[in-house]
Design a protein around this ligand. Structure first.
Ligand SMILES: [Zn+2]
Length: 100
């Protein structure tokens, strides 16, 4: 299944590339990851569309808190996931790039 995700997201004026990949780490439980150094978000390819959208929101929130210097919040997985799940549940989606 092809996931419909943006190729790029802008987090507080910083552009992050979004890559859909077959695996992220040896740990199969990892379904998304944000690399602040390379400004890349990776999302696992075998997720459902809804789970991929929610995971992207989750990684974007990590990016937001990191860019804000809110490192303790960035490391609070429960808070980040609660925000991502809530935003997704109320219908928030990241826009696809124009022309895609
Ligand atoms: Zn996380």
């Amino acid at each position: 299944m092809n996931l419909q995700l943006p190729d790029e997201v802008c987090i507080l004026d910083i552009s992050y590339r979004v890559a859909v990949v077959d695996s992220i780490k040896e740990d199969d439980l990892v379904i998304g990851h944000v690399d602040h150094q390379s400004q890349t978000i990776r999302i696992k390819s075998d997720l459902s569309q809804a789970k991929a959208e929610q995971t992207l929101l989750h990684e974007v929130l990590h990016g937001v808190f990191n860019e804000l210097g809110e490192y303790r919040i960035d490391e609070d997985e429960r808070l980040v996931q609660s925000l991502a799940a809530t935003l997704h549940q109320v219908g928030y989606r990241l826009p696809l790039r124009e022309g895609v």
